[in-house]
Design a protein around this ligand. Structure first.
Ligand code: ATP
Ligand code: MG
Length: 219
């Protein structure tokens, strides 16, 4: 059995990751490829419990180090119980965020040492790395507008990490772009401005999926 492909989606809040993961899954399905979708943190029962702990707004929010360890605990569970078995069974896995979010948020954002993050993350993932990473890049104003539109549409307020401030979000974006420049064979930076359909087409082209898969009819 050939191993499936492991594709991760990265970028700051509101850049369109969840939208594009769903679109790529639908595109693959039209081509007869069934993909497993996961989101981080989460994707298993324990990892979803950890997700709710990380979003906890009470008076004892996780400090930077426990935040890191909670994210890695959730990832270890997801890799072992969901991602690795799916890849071994020859299926594709699309993950809404993965290791690069840890390097961007906890490293570039919070200032934890990157070398340690890489070691600890490799331990959590048991060495698993994505085959391809789609970095969705948008100017901060566009991300802010999309987040505002989503808050209006869903009446879900911004969470602790989303409210971290402009300086934090600027460091994140710079961090993601620096990682992409360092690993161009894995991380492909996609201009995520424009309509969802336009962004989807850019992603399909970057993954070499535009020729043989019919595109969706909606924008
Ligand atoms: N290309 C686009 N143009 C306009 N709006 C978009 C586009 N892509 C996504 N949106 C909308 O912007 C909002 C944010 O998109 P989405 O939830 O996919 O982003 P995300 O990267 O998953 O965000 P988060 O990091 O918070 O999970 C949603 O309301 C979505 O419908
Ligand atoms: Mg999302």
């Amino acid at each position: 059995m050939t191993r499936g492909r492991f594709i991760t989606f990265e970028g700051g809040e509101g850049c369109g990751k969840s939208t594009q993961v769903r679109r790529l899954a639908a595109r693959l399905e039209r081509a007869g490829v069934e993909a497993v979708l996961t989101r981080e943190p989460g994707g298993t029962r324990l990892a979803e419990l950890i997700r709710s702990l990380l979003k906890d707004e009470q008076d004892d929010p996780p400090c930077d180090r426990s935040e890191l360890l909670l994210f890695l605990a959730a990832r270890a569970q997801l890799v072992r119980n969901v991602i690795r078995p799916a890849l071994d069974a020859g299926r594709w896995v699309l993950s809404d965020r993965f290791s690069d979010s840890t390097f961007a948020y906890q490293g570039y954002g919070r200032g934890l040492p990157i070398d340690f993050l890489r070691l600890a993350n490799d331990f959590a993932c048991d060495g698993l790395r994505p085959d391809r990473t789609i970095l969705l890049d948008v100017p901060p104003e566009t991300a802010r507008e999309r987040m505002r539109a989503r808050e209006r549409a869903t009446s879900v307020a911004a969470d602790r990490i989303e409210r971290a401030g402009d300086g934090f979000h600027a460091r994140l974006r710079a961090g993601f772009l620096e990682m992409a420049a360092r690993e161009p064979e894995r991380i492909v930076t996609i201009d995520a401005s424009g309509t969802p359909g336009e962004v989807e087409a850019r992603i399909a082209s970057a993954l070499g999926l535009d020729a043989d898969v019919p595109s969706a009819t909606e924008a």
